[in-house]
Design a protein around this ligand. Structure first.
Ligand code: PGA
Length: 252
């Protein structure tokens, strides 16, 4: 049975003190979660170690990083590598977020190399894909997402793919308050699962967790998570409020 997950991507928010308070508030408010469900907190890098120590003893709550560089070490000023992330005890890394693609020039090819470096370290990538508004308006969303998935994941073997979490995040829904409708989300998630079944096997495709991201909040999480192929959410803005985030976790 595939895993259900809610991950909170804090983006570039919270100072050290604020972040520690937010982790503690999340831990107080999230009970469980239930069997087969997982919560992943994804704070900025400088909070990873504190977050890992704070979640210790809560077996279903994990910590991830928002990005990494593709090389393990070297003269890459300002970058953080997968071995560094593993060394502080984080287990997941978001790769290919649309903000990285848009503002920091992450190409499909670089994203594929980052995925490799995350997997090599024994960590799990949370791979983000999703179309921009003009693609949705011209009904090209499936082509865009298929292309992103082929370029980032097609070179993996089945064992590697099973360690990848996919997040479908239509760019027009991120931070805009505009959410994909439950049907739009379900249609794309089913398309992604079919694509993975064609590229790999049906068994593998059935086991992959596919999250929805883009203005997911307590008021729409239930309907989105009720869709057959939506296995949880990647939450941005609402993950900065422990009440909202824990309410979304309850909908899993
Ligand atoms: P949002 O962000 O929930 O604020 O739309 C989602 C994301 O970027 O992962």
């Amino acid at each position: 049975m595939r895993q259900k997950i809610v991950a909170g991507n804090w983006k570039m928010n919270t100072t050290l003190d604020e972040g520690i308070i937010l982790v503690k508030e999340c831990l107080e408010r999230i009970d469980g979660p239930a069997d087969n469900t997982k919560v992943i907190l994804v704070p900025p890098f400088y909070l990873l170690k504190d977050a890992v120590l704070l979640v210790k003893g809560r077996s279903s709550i994990h910590v991830g990083a928002q990005n990494c560089y593709e090389a393990d070490s070297g003269a890459f000023t300002g970058e953080i590598s997968a071995p560094m992330i593993r060394s502080v005890g984080a287990e997941y890394v978001i790769v290919g977020h649309s903000e990285r693609r848009k503002y920091f020039g992450d190409t499909d090819e670089r994203i594929a190399r980052k995925i490799d470096s995350v997997l090599k370290e024994g960590l799990s990538p949370i791979f983000c894909c999703g179309e921009e508004l003009p693609a949705r308006q011209s009904d090209q969303q499936e082509n865009v997402v298929e292309n992103q998935i082929r370029k980032a994941l097609y070179h993996l073997n089945g064992d590697q793919l099973q360690r990848v979490i996919i997040a479908y995040e239509p760019v027009w829904a991120i931070g805009t308050g505009q959410t994909a409708s439950p049907q739009q989300a379900q249609d794309m998630h089913a398309f992604i699962r079919d694509l993975l079944a064609r590229l790999f096997t049906q068994e593998i495709a059935d086991e992959i967790t596919i999250l929805y991201g883009g203005s997911c909040k307590p008021s729409n999480a239930e309907e989105l998570f009720a869709q057959k192929d939506v296995d949880g959410g990647l939450i941005g803005g609402a993950s900065l409020n422990a009440n909202d985030f824990s309410a979304i976790v309850k909908e899993l």
